[in-house]
Design a protein around this ligand. Sequence first.
Ligand code: 13P
Length: 248
Amino acid sequence: MRKPIIAGNWKMNKTPEEAKELVAALIPLVKDAACDVVVCPPFVDLCCVGNLIEGTNIRLGAQNVHWAEKGAFTGEISAEMLKARGVEFAIVGHSERRQYFGETDETVNKRALAALNAGITPIICVGESLEQRESGVTDAIVSSQTVAALNGMTNAQVESLVIAYEPIWAIGTGKTATKEDANATIGVIRRAIAGVFGEETAEKVRIQYGGSMNPKNAGELMAMPEIDGGLIGGASLKADDFSKVVHF
Ligand code: 13P
């Protein structure tokens, strides 16, 4: 019922020339994908990647979005600017933004609302640290991050967006959550959504897993009932690896 969605988060990698090379290699490899395929290059690559993927099944995402329409916000990019470049998705609240750039539950919520209002689908990231997992507060953390991120949204908005469950300890470490743990925590996220917006809405939200997802483990993760997709870091930087995840 929920269409799987595999998104590549390139993070701070690839110059425009390198980005073009990667996406040109990717286009033929994923053209028959059964899932939604999204690439999220750095801002400076959005134009050239957007031009290359026009008319293909690859969709464009950004790695962040500001909440204001325009103005004196040096270094930020508005939803309207992204929309004008053909951007359909925006990652919001990635743990690296929360950890290194002062992103809070409140700013995540503002960014997500701005994206939705501009017709961009937010991919909202939540996830616990290793310390939080070891002290048994994972469920409480992901639930409160989720509820805070969705504050003030309508049911229709919530149904349209994507959530990425990314345990921080699994990001870039080669340590993947077990499929059972990932499935269980995503179930917790879905129940937190149901608690505020009702069961019917919660059942429609696509929730990805992210954290060292790769061609080897994508199949077993994607076979789990709660896992609707993947947000892929390292393995999205090679066309071959990313296409194998897409064809999980
Ligand atoms: P890795 O796949 O490199 O662990 O990164 C996951 C991630 O943070 C995607 O947003």
